[in-house]
Design a protein around this ligand. Structure first.
Ligand code: FEO
Length: 171
């Protein structure tokens, strides 16, 4: 089936959004590292790597369908936050926004009867549910810890162990 322009366009938009997400999380990682939270910074750096892998998964898919990838400028991202709570709340909000964008891609694919693209996007639909859950889990832990320094220290140590595995290759 011929690759439709409307699908190509919205997937190109999504590639940009995934790179923008990577940029946002790298900025958060830098902020956290500067504040001395090396574990939280590590978690965000892995998040950055995940977003790059998401962008590349769509990038490769568009090319495999004979479409054009047009890389466009990445909008600037925040560099300052009030505290760790605000960072993870922003992460959660951002992931909800990305979920909406993925759903929009899916709807365009279905409307165009492009089932191969819809199928590829199913992976992202599942991934978004996990991404939202991961951010929410940290928000909940931060709520339990409150302002206790020792709890924050323990959580920082826990998040230091997160490593990147390219799940886009497992699908
Ligand atoms: Fe690629 Fe976190 O969405």
């Amino acid at each position: 089936m011929r690759f439709k322009k409307s699908v190509e366009e919205i997937l190109n938009k999504q590639i940009n959004a995934e790179f923008w997400s990577a940029y946002l999380y790298l900025s958060m990682s830098s902020y956290l590292a500067q504040k001395g939270y090396s574990g939280f910074a590590n978690w965000m750096r892995v998040q950055y790597q995940e977003e790059i892998s998401h962008a590349l998964k769509i990038f490769d898919y568009v090319l495999s369908r004979g479409g054009d990838v047009k890389l466009t400028p990445i909008d600037k991202v925040e560099t300052e936050w009030k505290d760790i709570n605000e960072i993870f709340q922003s992460t959660y909000d951002h992931e909800c926004l990305v979920t909406d964008m993925i759903h929009e891609c899916y709807e365009v694919a279905v409307k165009e009867r492009d089932h191969a693209t819809a199928n590829m996007l199913n992976w992202f639909i599942d991934e978004q549910a996990e991404e939202e859950e991961a951010a929410m889990e940290i928000i909940d832990k931060l709520k339990i810890i409150g302002s206790k320094g020792s709890g924050l220290y323990m959580l920082d140590r826990e998040l230091a162990s997160r490593t990147f595995t390219d799940e886009t290759q497992e699908a």
